[in-house]
Design a binder for this molecule. Structure first.
Ligand code: PMT
Length: 401
């Protein structure tokens, strides 16, 4: 159900605009609050009157209309929607979106909006295949724009190929996937580790690493977003607490282990923290002084391995144990060996060599390694990696049930 959800539908130019009338009807049936923008191209195919009769609302058309701006300014149209749907999205309209143009009401609203956007492309097959359209679509998807279709089949121009706008039930399903929360992990408990650890040398100095916590925090947020009761054990980071997550803040690997053990039992554990491998033996209780002239020699000893301890936790072992392997060479081989050595089910290998920007950056390129082999994931933002992992975890439990 979409009741109470606010949608903004942009109808751009294309013969498929006739399907948008049916889309409007279905969205209204599901209880959504719908506003429509009709571009000048779209108005060649459907009339403002048919759209407003079906939506029961005024149809917006003109960026420079004083009446429209005083009733519902374009900035409010942009901000008031839970989702903006562009159906059909013509090749020309997608190019304008990718180029950040804002010359008419529809493109100005999209540029002013931070709300999720779903496009349903519709065009001739050669236009869809054209390098310019491929580039525009890739750019938009990189910016987080979602897409449904196009499909292959008979096209209005008489040709056959990929370019038909997705059917209305498929567009409805894509809308619901975005707007109706997926709670398939409800009833499951999750534990996530994130961030670096700080291993003290003395009260003011410590050994640390460049982990920002972005990846681990995003995973905890994604799992909680899908309904899992989630505990996040985090080393020192400046990341905000993810919504709906029980956050336990720690400093050292030893504290992280204790906090993880207290969170058991859980169904799934994801260890994304960059845990310090070593700690300083007998960290000084007062600040080390430079008085003796010679620099201090730090004796190190190994920290507990949290992932391995979860992977080998006997009857408290989570049903699914997931690790991250930070590697700089032979990434898949090394990560595969770590998966076995630490007794975990899935290992996400990420290349952290200099220049990749994985530590601290906004994107990650991972390979998921399990007992069936290695699966390449495309480069994604860390929240996208988190969402994909959370969905994989939900699939795992739905098949295990
Ligand atoms: O925090 P970000 O800036 O977003 O960066 C994300 C990340 C690069 C830190 C993350 O994606 C990542 O790769 N985390 C694992 C880093 C790491 O410590 O990798 P490792 O290969 O050294 O360890 C393998 C696994 O063992 C990891 O799951 C780690 O959490 C775990 N481990 C390691 C040592 C230890 N003492 N205890 C552990 O649990």
């Amino acid at each position: 159900m979409l009741s109470g959800k606010r949608l903004l539908l942009i109808v751009s130019g294309g013969i498929a605009a006739y399907k948008s009338l049916d889309l409007v009807r279905r969205l209204k049936e599901r209880g959504s609050e719908l506003r429509c923008i009709l571009t000048s191209g779209g108005a060649q195919f459907v009339t403002p009157l048919s759209l407003s009769s079906l939506s029961g609302e005024k149809v917006y058309r003109d960026l420079f209309s004083l009446t429209d701006e005083s009733e519902m300014g374009h900035i409010r149209l942009a901000r008031d929607a839970d989702l903006i749907v562009v159906a059909p999205a013509s090749a020309d309209f997608l190019a304008k979106m990718a180029g950040g143009l804002a010359g008419d009401l529809a493109t100005a609203v999209l540029l002013a909006s931070e709300r999720p956007v779903l496009v349903a492309p519709a065009m001739n097959a050669a236009m869809w295949r054209h390098a310019a359209t491929r580039r525009n679509i890739a750019l938009l998807e990189e910016q987080g724009v979602r897409r449904v279709g196009p499909e292959a089949g008979d096209l209005a121009c008489g040709e056959v190929g990929e370019g038909r706008m997705a059917e209305v039930p498929d567009i409805m399903a894509a809308i619901e996937e975005i707007l109706v929360p997926d709670t398939s992990l409800s009833g499951h408990r999750a534990l996530v580790t994130s961030g670096p650890t700080h291993e003290p040398i003395d009260p003011v100095r410590y050994i640390a690493n460049h982990s920002s916590g972005k990846q681990g925090h995003a995973i905890a947020g994604a799992l909680a977003g899908m309904g899992a009761e989630t505990t996040l054990v985090s080393g020192p980071t400046s990341q905000p607490d993810p919504e709906g997550v029980d956050v336990q803040r720690v400093e050292t690997a030893a504290q992280m282990l204790t906090a993880c053990q207290s969170a058991l039992p859980v169904d799934v554990a994801v260890c994304a923290a960059a845990v310090g491998d070593w700690k300083v033996n007998g960290a000084a209780e007062s600040k080390l002084k430079k008085t003796s002239g010679a620099p201090p020699i730090l004796a190190l000893s190994e920290n507990p391995d949290i992932l391995a301890s979860l992977g080998q936790a006997g009857n408290l072992r989570p049903a699914l144990v997931v690790g991250f392997a930070a590697e700089t060479e032979n990434v898949v081989e090394q990560a595969g060996a770590k998966r076995k050595a630490k007794g975990c089910d899935w290992m996400l290998a990420n290349d952290v060599s200099a220049g990749t920007g994985t530590f601290g950056g906004d994107e990650n390129t991972v390979q998921l390694i399990n007992n069936e082999g290695a699966e390449d994931w495309p480069t994604m933002t860390k929240p996208q990696v988190a969402e994909r992992l959370a969905r994989r975890i939900a699939d795992y439990f739905s098949h295990a049930a």
